[in-house]
Design a protein around this ligand. Sequence first.
Ligand code: NAP
Length: 296
Amino acid sequence: MNMELRLLKVSFIGLGNMGFPMAQNLLKAGYELIIFNRTPEKVEPLMKQGARYAETPLEAAKESNLVITMLSDDAALEEVVEGPNGVLNGLSEKGIHVSASTISVDLARKLSAAHAERKQHFVSATVLGRPDAAKAAALRIILAGPEQARQRVLPVLTALGQEIFEIGEHGEEGNVVKIGVNFLIASMLEALSEAQLMVEKHGIEPARFMDVVNALFQSPIYQNYGAIMTEQRFEPAGFKMKLGMKDVALAIEAAQSVQAPLPLGELIHHHLHEGLANGYGELDWTALIRCLKHSN
Ligand code: NAP
């Protein structure tokens, strides 16, 4: 079959907080969509909108030869890609795996090699933005991988985001950038939590404090996260604390691998670890402020 025609068919694996609205936007953009999710109940609303269900990741990959994965972490992606019913066995030559999950640099490197060995392509397309941005097709996408494969997936990614940053030829380079940006967001959360608690203890309304912060910093990151924290909207989680801790651990690992210092990462990891011990793993990671409250 002509590759251009096959690219109008896309497979999407992982219909969680982020994957579901992303997949929905591909349907809206007119792609023929094949979907797989470990928990099959989640596929039903998309099937009602015209998506087709694949029984396994292998079947999903065979159907379209362009597979987007959006899964929790390294373990989930390894299972979906490398398992006997996995994406590696399903893609044919020139098939493309677009990995949108936030995963380790090492796994991205390993999957690049595994796909290349089978003459397939691994493209890293990690995303910035929470589920509301995913729903609005307003994600920012960090793209890395072999040039030809990048060009082939660009039109598909355009249906998901407002801006695409092309980083380089090697998938894992995109993961380094994503992990670095997420470390900055985690650092902002730590600093904002500490500052909000301090002003609150002086009897000042945190929302008034945020008016000043937002006037000065003018960033959707401060604005959105600051509002969630002042309004304590930790449930349902847009980004689960357990995933936030995973990302900080990825930053620590990435820093250690090149002997770069990341002392702030260690501190934030410690606070998030306390949060998980307190049972906050499924809350939004902005509940970091609660961890700090408890550690006082
Ligand atoms: P989520 O809501 O927890 O969804 C996780 C997805 O992974 C679900 O589809 C889940 O399937 C699947 N999964 C987990 N373990 C699996 C396994 N062993 N085998 C097969 N499937 C498995 O997470 P999310 O918030 O969508 O995040 C997905 C990825 O995007 C993460 O890497 C996260 O760090 C990153 N990210 C998130 C945000 C955000 O704001 N949420 C923003 C940017 C990037 P089930 O339905 O069966 O559980």
